[in-house]
Ligand binder design. Structure first.
Ligand SMILES: *Cc1c(COP(=O)(O)O)cnc(C)c1O
Length: 416
């Protein structure tokens, strides 16, 4: 397996995927970032500061929790890596704090970022509040309306939110706007990208900053089971930041199966999905050569998923390479399968997962486990943000909730 390297090349490639396909004005930015990132990522002072904030501010290490009920159901041993317990509710804060620290060292006074559903915008605005950086978040005008609460949250944190009116007014256009803004302010501004996507060095940098997840899994698994290598690591994938972070310290261990759960939407034959690993074609998107969904020219809808965090037309170059080389497998999960898996975890373990993470949970049903297998599943975020969607799709059997019987001072609560 050592012949097959999953480390990025000097030019930013994983096999055919990656690179930095950007206009000349942006090349200066990406090259300077690549140099600074290389210098600081192994710098002891940077690492000390980063680790300290991950511990005292984010709440790391996040627990590695063995679920008895999931284990019984799947006939093996299942651990959940609880990124849902991070400050702000998901893994995104790891990357936001890491890049904000790096930006400060590079002399940046201001951060620009894109956001779709608003999760990365909130994580970035949080990191900027903490580290005294100015913050501008670009968001598709359509998303500004759909995700009003997160817009308010970002503003409360002191960030400026800019509605992008171009294209289909969603995430894709917000990324373009943020890249443009970065190229016109190359020295005092840093573009804090939200996933393991974009031009080199972003995919490698984001994977590195999120690799704390697999670093902790190895240590925690060793102390809990006596072995540091699981048989499976399962993660959901939008762009690939929680997945590459969860896989990072296992990529060179071929005995560890890597499983990516992507958004199958209404089914991959329906045309309404965001399964770029299963159905995408090789082309450039946001500065990298990767797998991208090709929508028919008449189809202005773009990618689709019930889960906003997985609703992206492309995927990071590292996961594309992992799947192309057979190192990882990709499983498309439908909206319905994800919803059922979320309800199941909530009722049986008392954990309401993010809809994104629920895709990873549903993937467990598609894996043929042996009784001795140990599987670690990254629960990338918590489900509070998805409560409205969950309530709209609530199970029939849950709806027939038993009335509360007892003292007349109690009123029976029935779901609407
Ligand atoms: C944003 C998000 C994702 C998808 O992003 P990745 O970069 O693929 O990890 C997954 N889960 C949650 C909870 C998210 O907020």
């Amino acid at each position: 397996m050592t012949a097959q390297t999953f480390t990025v090349t000097e030019q930013g490639y994983y096999g055919n995927f990656g690179g930095a396909y950007v206009p000349e004005t942006l090349q200066k930015c990406t090259q300077r970032l690549a140099e600074c990132y290389r210098q600081y990522i192994s710098d002891a002072e940077f690492q000390t500061e980063f680790r300290q904030l991950l511990r005292d501010y984010v709440g790391r290490p996040t627990p590695l929790y063995r679920s008895e009920k999931l284990s019984r159901k799947h006939g093996c041993t299942i651990y959940l890596k609880r990124e849902d317990l991070c400050h702000t509710g998901a893994h995104k804060i790891n990357n936001a704090i890491g890049q904000a620290l790096l930006a400060r060292r590079m002399g940046a006074k201001r951060i620009v970022a894109e956001t779709g559903a608003g999760q990365h915008g909130v994580a970035t605005a949080t990191a900027c509040a903490l580290l005294n950086l100015q913050c501008t978040i670009f968001m598709g005008a359509e998303d500004v309306v759909r995700q009003h609460t997160n817009v308010r949250k970002m503003q409360l944190l002191g960030a400026e939110v800019v509605a992008v009116e171009e294209g289909n007014r969603t995430l894709e256009n917000a990324v373009d706007a943020a890249l443009r803004e970065w190229s016109s302010h190359p020295t005092d501004t840093h573009y804090l990208i939200g996933s393991a996507v974009g031009p080199h060095p972003f995919p490698d940098m984001v994977a590195h900053l999120q690799s704390i997840i697999s670093e902790e899994i190895r240590h925690q698994l060793l102390s809990q089971t006596g072995r540091d290598l699981p048989d499976y690591v399962v993660a959901c994938i939008g762009g690939g930041s929680n997945a590459t972070g969860s896989f990072f310290h296992f990529m060179d261990n071929p005995s560890v199966h890597l499983v990516l759960a992507e958004a199958g939407g209404e089914g991959i034959d329906s045309g309404r999905h965001a399964a770029s690993l299963c159905c995408g074609q090789e082309r450039q998107l946001h500065g990298a050569n990767t797998l991208v969904l090709q929508h028919k020219s008449s189809d202005t809808e773009g990618p689709y998923s019930i889960s906003a965090g997985l609703d992206y037309p492309g995927v990071g170059p590292l996961p594309a390479h992992l799947v192309a080389t057979g190192r990882a497998i990709a499983l498309p999960i439908t909206d319905q399968e994800a919803l059922e898996a979320a309800f199941e975890l909530n009722r049986e373990d008392g954990i309401l997962p993010a809809l994104e993470s629920a895709h990873a949970l549903a993937a467990l049903h598609k894996i043929d486990f042996r009784p001795t297998d140990i599987a670690v599943l990254t629960l990338s975020g918590r489900g509070d943000k998805d409560l409205d969607t969950y309530l709209q799709h609530i199970h029939k059997d849950v709806e027939q909730e038993q009335p509360i019987i007892g003292s007349s001072s109690y009123t029976s609560v029935s779901p609407t």
